[in-house]
Every structure is written in C-alpha cells, then in structure tokens.
Write a protein that binds this ligand. Structure first.
Ligand SMILES: [Zn+2]
Length: 650
C-alpha cells in the first residue's frame, strides 16, 4: 500500500525489507498484528522505543517537518533492511504503528520513513452497546479504530448494563425494549406517543437486552488493551425512558404516557443519576463521562418549571450533574444542541436552542406499549405561523434556551453536531473558548477542514445510531466516516482537493483492514455494480430484506454449493459517479453532491472505477476448489452487472 490512512509523512527507498519475526518491547496486540507479516530468515528485527530527539531529528531531516513536543501521540517508523525502529510513547500508537507496518507490507515493504501525527486530539466513535452475539464484531471494530489512530470509544449505557443499585431499571428496560422491538418500525412510530415532542428511542442499545457488568467490562478491557479510552454515555435529563418508566413522578410532563424528559428541578432525580454515574465509572474505570443531554425538547411544563427560563433550567441540571463528576476527578461531555441555535437561511427552519414553535394533535390511533394502548399524536414541527393553529393543537413550542451557553460550566466538553461551513454555525463554541469536537461527524461532507482546525476544533466523534453490527455500521455510513476522518486527522497536507483519490484510498485501506484474512486465503473475487434506485435503509429493521438483490452461488469441485447474499450499500453499490461534496453553508449540514450508496460499501467492498462509473470488488472465502460461480437475481427491477469474476480458490 503506497499510502495508509494514518500516514502524515512517508518516504520510500528502493531496498526491500522483510521482517525476521523478532519484536523487541512490542505490546501484546502489536506483536499479534506484526506476526501476520510473513517473516523471512535474515529479515529485520522490530524494536519499539520511546519517542526521542533522534526520532524528531529524523522527521525534520527527512520531511522538513517539526513534531510538536506538547503531545505523546503519534509514531515514527524508521524502516531499514537490518532493523525497523518504532518510536512511540502510547500503547495506542505502538499498536497503530504495527497496523501501519502491516498495511505497508501488503504490497512489499521497502526501506523508508513513516511518520503519523494527528492534528486533533479527540478522535472517537459513539456506539450503542453491542448485543452479546456481536462482541466479536465489536472487538474487530475497535481494532480497526486502533489501526486508524482513534483514541476513544463512547458507549451508551442507559439501563442496558446490569445496574446493581437499580435492578428495577434493568427489568423495565427489558420489557420496554421487547415491546418497542417486537414490531417493525415501532420504535420510529414511538415518536408519536407523546403529547409533546419526543426524542428518538434508543432500544437498539444492546438490542434491547441487558449486558452483565462482566460482559461490559470485557469490552472495556479489550478496548483499553488496544489503547482506547472507553467513555460511558449516560442519558438522564433526556432520552431517559429507563428512569422515567420506573419513576413517572420524575417526568417533566406528568400527562405524558411515555415520557422521555425528566424535570430538572425535581431533586429526587439526582441521587438516581449519580448512582448511574457511579456504576458506570466503576465498570469503565472512567476518566470521562458523556452526560448526553441531547434533544431536550420537553421543558417548562411542570408547575415548578413553567415560569422559569429554560436556559437556566438546563444549565442548573447540567452543572449539578457535572459537579458530581468533577468531585471524582472525571471529565464531563454533553451534546451541544441545547446551547446554540441554528437557523437555516434557505428554509428558515430553526434547530438547536432557538425558539421553535411546534404543536401536536391527538389522533384516533393507539399504539401498544407493554400491554397498554396509548394514544398517538400527530406532530407539526414547522407550523405556518401566518395561519391560526387548529383548535385542538397542543402547544409544544420549544422556548429559546440559548441562555444556557453562558451558564453551563465552561469546563464541560461539547460534542457539536452543527458544523456547516458558515462560520456563524461552525464556530460559536470556539469563539466562546469552549472545548468542542464535531459530534455525529460526517467527514466527507465537511469542507475547509484545515480552517476548522485553525479555528480550534479539538477533533471529532463519528456516531452509529443503529444496531451495532458490521452490516448496519457500514450502511449507517459510520465505517466509511471513520476511515475518511482518519485522513483529515493525520494528513497535514489535507485540502478539499483530490476528493476522489481520498475516497478511493479510504476504500482500499478499509477493505484491506476488514478483509485481510480472506484476501490472503483461497477465495473468489467478484467485481460488479448495479443500476436502479437503492433503498434508503436507515431503518435497520427492514433493511436486510429490502437491500437484498440476489445471490451468488459457488459450486465446488466436490459438488457442494454455497449461496452468498448480495446487498446494496454493503457488497454492491450503485453504478454512479463518485461526485464531490458541495458546500451548503446555510444549512446545518453539507449534504449535497455525494451519493451515500457508493461510499457506504467501504469496508466490505473495494471501490473502483470502470468506464467512468463506480464498481465494487468483494471477496468470498472458498472452502475448497470452486468449479463455477453464477448469479441469480431476486429483484428483477435491479440489474446487476458483473464485470469480473476471479477464481482464486485453487
Ligand atoms: Zn419541571
């Protein structure tokens, strides 16, 4: 591989280099990765040393670059025929350096110097807890993060982890999730359960199960063995069905049958929240807690709160939660949407903390939740204010809460998901001197990255708001985002130019990292593409069958055969052009110009181009010599075009 996603500077010479299989001072995971490289007698020993003056001098001499001494992140590889020296201080970067060597060895290693050095300090992903059976996937995904120089994982806990002090919440969570997850699409329809606005339902968390403390600890320990900081996310003011289902008196709106927002002035809330913090800090040995606080949409309803300023209420709650963490020496993070307001200059729609008129209307429909039939409400998010509201409108206006910005403890770190190019949207946290990273990060849609770093953004966190499985994580776009954001973090020459080359590089590296075992074993490689309008499959419940286009059948020499499913946005993508992102500085996101149905395949397929259109190569492991391969469509409206089948099974 000529270039890897974490390369900041590389220089290659001609002399080939092999590894001897001897590793000095290698951490366990790094040694495991390095053992994947075929050793040769007389090859180079790999020696791990701390970062030092000599390494810095080598970088300056080779690349003319000066490495800052203010961080212990990054690594330098000095690759010589007799010896390879890895200069790195942290466990993460020792492991990450091993992946860099592995990737660069894939097409033949030569003498040279590789330097990886991130330009931002926070690089994470936010996940739901994986279901038990997805632990192997999740561990592999954390290895991918380590390979790409990520340093943290945020895992939502809710009541999906065993709570010793509150088993009643676990018990409620099981019943609540079972009810929500039993019927397709129900968790989305659940937004119509409330007389006010409702934030999203998080029953993807652990797929509605409760993981034991030991199980969560297993994931935490694995992440930590790679060098990742493991951060629990603990919702309490909003997204708090697990609390309010057990303690309805803590809800802000007592008339709500399925409340999701708590009352910030009910002092009985806090001992419960602190118990949740304590349990998570214990299991995670957490240095940071993500306090969530996103989508706080029901407030100033109860008698105590109704005449108060919502910004003050929000800050009171956040600061009280954070003070508890601060006393334990734990850092606090919240989502930033209740701190800043965004107005889309094109549509006029407001987001975040600005005054947002809205109403609901009771319908004659009902939905079953845990055996109770609850009334459903139609939501009007952007009512026409020039017309009177209907007589039965239930006012659900979200009053301006921007006062919270100046009241929330400035030490609290912000995950900001409003980051369009327009500086008034992009920079409020930075202008206010806050510690902010981009949350729900979509790197391919984020233009002018370097300007943002110069303005003071501390990094990014990609999100995966779906079931934690390999397929869904790819379809959600999180896998490709993780890859592309690594280029932004590590390439000091990053600009918006060369987008196409960066996407292809990202695809090549993710495919190698995810499929390297298959790619070094007997296999069949298929290059194909399809025409037709792909499904928008953010609804994971229906995705599997809606994205299935057909099957490849491998017929083995021994007469046995095997069927392999072909899914859009996974191992096949659209026959389109790559496109380049167009800046939409008015809206809260830059989303024009890109086909997500192309880049979501990254990780399961290698993206390529033929005759100006995108093609996708994926590999099927062969259990023996393959005699023939054929394709059978199940959806005739979609035409799958097979470009090449390589039989590498013999
Ligand atoms: Zn209240």
């Amino acid at each position: 591989m000529k270039r890897f996603l974490t390369d900041s500077y590389v220089k290659w010479e001609k002399t080939p280099v092999a590894l001897s299989g001897v590793f000095e001072n290698a951490p366990a995971h790094a040694a495991r990765v390095l053992r994947e490289i075929q050793p040769k007698a007389g090859g180079a020993k790999v020696r791990f040393l701390p970062m030092c003056e000599a390494a810095r001098a080598l970088v300056t001499e080779t690349f003319g670059a000066v490495l800052s001494e203010g961080t212990d992140e990054g690594f330098v590889l000095d690759i010589k025929r007799e010896e390879i020296t890895v200069y790195a201080d942290t466990l993460l970067f020792k492991n990450s350096a091993a992946y860099s060597l592995l990737a660069h060895s894939a097409e033949g290693l030569t003498e040279g110097v590789v330097c990886s050095y991130p330009c931002v300090e926070h690089r994470s992903i936010r996940f739901y807890l994986p279901a038990r059976e997805e632990f192997p996937f999740f561990k592999r995904f954390m290895e991918l993060l380590c390979a790409l120089g990520y340093n943290a994982v945020v895992l939502e806990i809710g009541a999906a982890m065993e709570l010793r002090r509150h088993p009643e919440m676990n018990e409620y969570w099981l019943r609540y999730s079972a009810s929500m997850n039993a019927v397709r699409n129900k968790r989305y329809l659940a937004s119509e359960l409330n007389p006010g606005m409702r934030n999203s339902t998080h029953t993807f968390n652990a797929r509605g199960e409760v993981l034991s403390r030991e199980e969560v600890r297993e994931l935490v320990d694995y992440g930590r063995s790679l060098g990742l900081e493991m951060i629990p996310e603990i919702p309490s003011l909003s997204h708090s069905e697990h609390i309010l289902g057990c303690y309805p008196s803590l809800a802000e709106n007592k008339a709500d049958d399925a409340p999701t927002c708590a009352c910030p002035l009910n002092e009985d809330l806090y001992p419960i929240v602190f118990d949740l913090y304590d349990e998570a800090i214990e299991v995670f040995d957490a240095k940071t807690v993500h306090m969530a606080h996103d989508e706080w949409w029901v407030y100033c309803v109860c008698d105590k709160c109704k005449d108060k300023d919502p910004g003050e209420l929000f800050a009171y709650n956040v600061n009280k939660c954070y003070d508890y963490l601060k006393k334990k020496g734990v850092k606090g993070v919240i989502w930033g949407d209740s701190l800043v307001g965004i107005r889309d200059r094109v549509t006029g729609e407001v987001h975040g903390a600005y005054h947002k008129p809205a109403y609901t209307q009771k319908t004659d429909k009902y939905m079953d939740l845990m055996g109770k039939m609850l009334p459903m409400y139609k939501k009007e998010w952007t009512p026409d204010m020039s017309k009177p509201w209907p007589a039965d409108a239930i006012d659900s206006t979200m009053k301006d809460r921007t006062r919270s910005f100046s009241l929330v403890d400035p030490e609290i770190r912000i995950f900001n998901w409003y980051y369009a190019g327009n500086p008034e949207i992009r920079d409020p946290f930075l202008a206010g001197g806050r510690y902010a990273v981009y949350g729900n990060y979509q790197p391919m849609r984020t233009l002018r990255w370097k300007e943002r770093v110069q303005a003071g953004i501390r990094g990014f966190s990609v999100s995966n708001w779906i079931d934690s499985t390999e397929v869904e994580t790819m379809r959600w776009g999180a896998t490709s985002a993780v890859g592309f954001a690594a280029i932004q973090a590590f390439d000091p020459a990053y600009t918006d130019e060369g987008f196409r080359e960066k996407v292809l590089l990202c695809s090549e590296c993710l495919y190698f990292l995810n499929r390297r075992q298959i790619l070094s074993s007997p296999r069949v490689e298929i290059t194909h593409t399809f025409t037709g309008k792909p499904f928008d499959n953010e609804d994971a419940e229906a995705a599997g069958e809606r994205t299935l286009l057909g099957y490849y059948t491998l017929v083995y020499e021994n007469g046995e055969s095997e069927k392999v499913e072909v899914h859009t946005d996974y191992n096949i993508g659209v026959n389109g052009v790559l496109g380049i992102p167009e800046e939409d500085a008015h809206s809260f996101n830059t989303s024009k110009g890109l086909s997500k149905h192309i880049y979501r395949t990254m990780g399961a397929a290698r993206l390529g181009e033929m005759d100006g259109a995108c093609v996708y190569t994926f590999a099927i492991p062969a259990k023996g010599p393959v005699r023939k391969v054929y394709y059978e469509p199940i959806r005739n409206a979609y035409s799958v075009e097979i470009k090449e089948i390589k039989n590498l099974s013999k």
